[in-house]
Design a protein around this ligand. Sequence first.
Ligand code: ZN
Length: 495
Amino acid sequence: MRKIPTLLAALCLTVAATAQNTSFIPPMVCPEPASQDISATVYHPLEKVTLNCPDKAAADWAKGHLNEWYGNLAPEVKSGSRKKTGLGKEDYELTIGKKGVEITAETLQGVRYALYSLRQIAIPKRGTAKVKGWIAPEATIKDSPAMAFRGIHICWFHETEPWEVERLVRMAAYYKLNYAVIESWGTFRSDVAPWYGWPDGAMTKSEVARIRAIADDLGITLIPQINVFGHATMSRGGAGKHAALDFNPEYQTYFEPVAGWNWCLSNPETSKLLIALIEEQLDAFGKPPYFHIGGDEAQPPSCPDCISKPYSELFLNHIKAMNKAITAKGAKTMMWHDMLLEKGDPRWNGFYANGSKETSEGFLSFPRDIIICDWFYDGAKEDYPTLDYFKGQGFTTLTCPWMNRGGIIAQGKAAREGKADGILGTLWHHYFGNDMVSIYVTLSNTAWNAGVPIRSGGDQFRTHLRQIGWDMKVSDPRHTGIYYDEIPPEPALDN
Ligand SMILES: [Zn+2]
C-alpha cells in the first residue's frame, strides 16, 4: 500500500527558498525542453502517473520501467484519455503538480521521452536514512524534437567490451537520440567469413541481439556498418593492424596490396563477399531501416588490375552494387560523403573532399535513395557548402560533427534550419571523459531544442550515467563514471 500524502506532508515538501541570493543548481532536463517551467523549490510526492496516450503499449512500458527505476516505491500508473492527442509521434507534454504527474503523448516514444525527463528531475524524498519515497518538482514541460533523425555513431573496437556499447546506447536513448550506428572494427563474429575480423571479437550475434533488444525497448534503432571501400583493415590507420590479414594471409586477394586499406574493387569476389557480409549483419540487427557502408578516406589503388581500369568507374559500380543489395533487403544505404566530392575543388575549401572529378560527376547519376553522411569535425562555420550541395542535388543528408562543441551546435543549427535532414554525431574512440560528456550533452541538445541555452554539463551527465549504471546493475568499479580508472591511461593514438 502506498501512503496517501497528508496535507502536512505536502506542505513540508514545499520548501521556500531561504536566502534569495544563494546560488543553487536548479533541476534540469537534458536535452533542454523547448518549453519548460520547472520549480527549484516546490516538490510533490511522486505517487501517481496518469497517461493520456492512444498507444496501447505505453502503459505496460511505463509500469515496467517505473518499477525498474523506483522498485516498490514506484508511482502507480493510471490510464487517462485514450483519444488522439494531435501531437507529433515523438512529442510529449509533462506536468507535475499536486494531483500527480500527467503525461500526454501520441505514441509510446513520446511517453518514453516524458518519463526520461521525469526521471532526470525526480529525487528521493529528503530527510531519511535510506530512500523512503520519491518527489518531483512542480513542472510544465512541452517538447518535440527539432529533427527526425538524431543519431550517434559508435565504434566497437577490439578493446571495447559489450557493456561499454550497451552503456553508450542506453545513454543515447536517455538523451532522446533515436538512431545509433554500430561500426564493428573487426569485432563482429561473422559466420559467412569467420576470417574477416579478429578471432576473439566481442561483437557476437548473441551480444548484438541482446543490445538490440535493450535498444528497441528504450526507443533507439541500431544501424550496422561495414566499410566497403577504404578502412577495410577494420583497424585505425595509424595502428598498422589488419583485422583480417594479420592472421589470414591467404585472403590478400580481396584487398589492395599496399596496406590492405582498400578492398580490391576489380576482384569480382569482393562484391560477392561484401554483399553476403552486409546481408548477414542486416539479419543480425533485425532488419533495420538503414545500413551504413562507410566509403570514406580510401587510398589510390596499388594492384595492376585496379590501376589499369578507370578507378572512379570501379568505385561507382561497386557502390551501386552495394546499394542494390541493401535496397533488396528493405533498407536504405548510408555513406560518408568525402569520396563523392572532388579533392581540390575550391568550393570545398576547408571541408573534407577526397574524391576525383570523375567520381563526383558520376555520382550525380545515382538514385537519390542513398543517405549522405557529411562529416565535418571543425569548429562553427557560417556556411556549410557541402550540405547545401548534397541537399541541392536531392540527397537526404545528415550533418556529422565529432567533438568540437561549437561545431556540433552550429551543424545542429544548420540542420534545424533545413540545410540537413538530421544529425549523426560521432564518438570515434572518445567514449570516455569530458569528450563523451560534451558530445552527448551538446548533440542531444542541438538535435532537440530550438536554440535554448544548454545548461547541463558534467554534473548532470555523471548523475544520469550513474542511473544507467543502476539499470545495468554494474558491479565492477571500472564500469562506473566517465573514466575506467581515476588515473586515466594515455590514449594510444590521438587520431
Ligand atoms: Zn585491386
